[in-house]
Design a protein around this ligand. Structure first.
Ligand code: NAP
Length: 325
């Protein structure tokens, strides 16, 4: 039997790398989309996964998507590519709308143009940031959206267009509404990685303090390795659907810092190590996110394996080891 083929956009990102690892283990042929004329992260991901094949395309360039889908003819498409950093989305809202919002629409249209809408299955990376100023606690698949950033708005459009195409054209489109997930591959621009890396530097005597925008927001943080398993499970079902993927626990940014300091063997004294700098604050904040993943548990049989303290410890230990090298 020939291998199943998976195409991943956003392969150089955190989830793209975890998913590549998972799908190669499952004996897929994995093809990753890279964008840009000089992409250093492409070299890193190729070195990490020699069996991964890379192709050039951009979610903002329809013809490049048509060409790639036409040559790859994937069984499964994982659309993870996005302008994904909320902070940047406030600075470049149009770019965010174009890539994060319209990118998935371009992919769906490319599938239809090529007649792949009945043979390829697609996963869309939806986000808990769509809930924003939350209307209920915890959030489920039916909680109304109230996004609080250009990123959240773009993801809400992408999510709704996926639902619309699923209903209009009977396509296999699964949307994972994933709550924050982190790990040793998290980008350094995100607050959790900033904390684990800064705490690791303090533990190694390389710095004394670091700055954050706020310590108050509450997030439901899971481990990326657990969450990409849910993406794959969604595409193995008989019918496409939407699923919240979350741990069901919420913690403040302050608690993340405290756990990181403890993991590094430092005094758990947040005020001693953290300064507050308004330049890192968002114009509109999401105060509380906590997800209810009951449907994913029941239908997909999915459970998170890594819990909060373990996640923070894993990130701090990984950063200490990397900085020592
Ligand atoms: P990430 O590390 O920021 O990766 C984003 C990826 O998108 C990178 O590989 C990036 O490529 C690619 N990309 C950016 N612009 C592109 C374009 N114009 N065309 C094609 N690719 C482009 O994000 P992540 O944490 O892995 O998240 C994966 C997906 O899940 C994203 O859609 C994100 O919004 C969503 N999500 C993430 C979380 C979370 O907590 N991690 C939660 C919910 C949803 P280069 O950098 O190489 O250019």
């Amino acid at each position: 039997m020939s291998k199943r083929t998976a195409l991943i956009t956003g392969v150089t990102g955190q989830d793209g790398r975890h998913l590549t690892e998972l799908l190669l283990q499952k004996d897929y042929e994995v093809i990753g989309v890279i964008n840009g004329q000089r992409n250093d992260r492409a070299e890193a991901v190729k070195a990490e996964f020699p069996d991964l094949k890379l192709v050039n395309a951009d979610l903002a360039d329809q013809s490049s998507l048509v060409r790639v889908l036409s040559s790859v003819q994937p069984d499964e498409i994982y659309n993870l590519g996005a302008i994904s950093f909320v902070g940047l989305s406030f600075k470049q809202p149009e770019l965010t709308a174009n890539v994060t919002g319209l990118g998935p629409l371009r992919l769906l249209e490319a599938m239809r143009t090529l007649g792949l809408e009945k043979t390829s299955r697609i996963y869309q990376a939806s986000s808990s940031e769509m809930f924003g100023k939350v209307r209920e606690v915890p959030q489920t698949e039916t909680t109304p959206f109230h996004p609080r950033s250009p990123y959240g708005v773009a993801k809400a459009f992408a999510h709704q267009i996926c639902v619309n195409y699923r209903e209009s054209y009977d396509m296999f489109i699964a949307c994972g509404i994933l709550f924050n997930h982190e790990g040793e591959r998290r980008g350094h621009e995100f607050v959790t990685r900033k904390i684990s890396n800064s705490v690791a530097q303090i533990a190694l005597g390389q710095r004394e303090t670091f700055a954050l925008g706020t310590l108050d927001p509450k997030r439901d943080w899971g481990y990326a390795g657990d969450y990409v398993r849910a993406m794959w499970l969604m595409l193995q079902q008989e019918h496409p659907d939407d699923f919240v993927i979350a741990t069901g626990e919420t913690h403040t940014v302050r608690e993340f810092v405290e756990a990181a300091l403890a993991a590094a063997g430092l005094p758990v004294d947040v005020e001693r190590f953290v300064t507050i700098d308004p330049q890192f604050q968002r114009p509109a904040e999401v105060d509380l996110l906590i997800g209810d993943a009951s449907k994913a548990r029941e239908v997909l049989g999915w459970e998170p394996n890594v819990r909060f303290e373990e996640l923070v410890q894993l990130m701090v230990e990984s950063d200490i080891a990397r900085l020592k090298r």
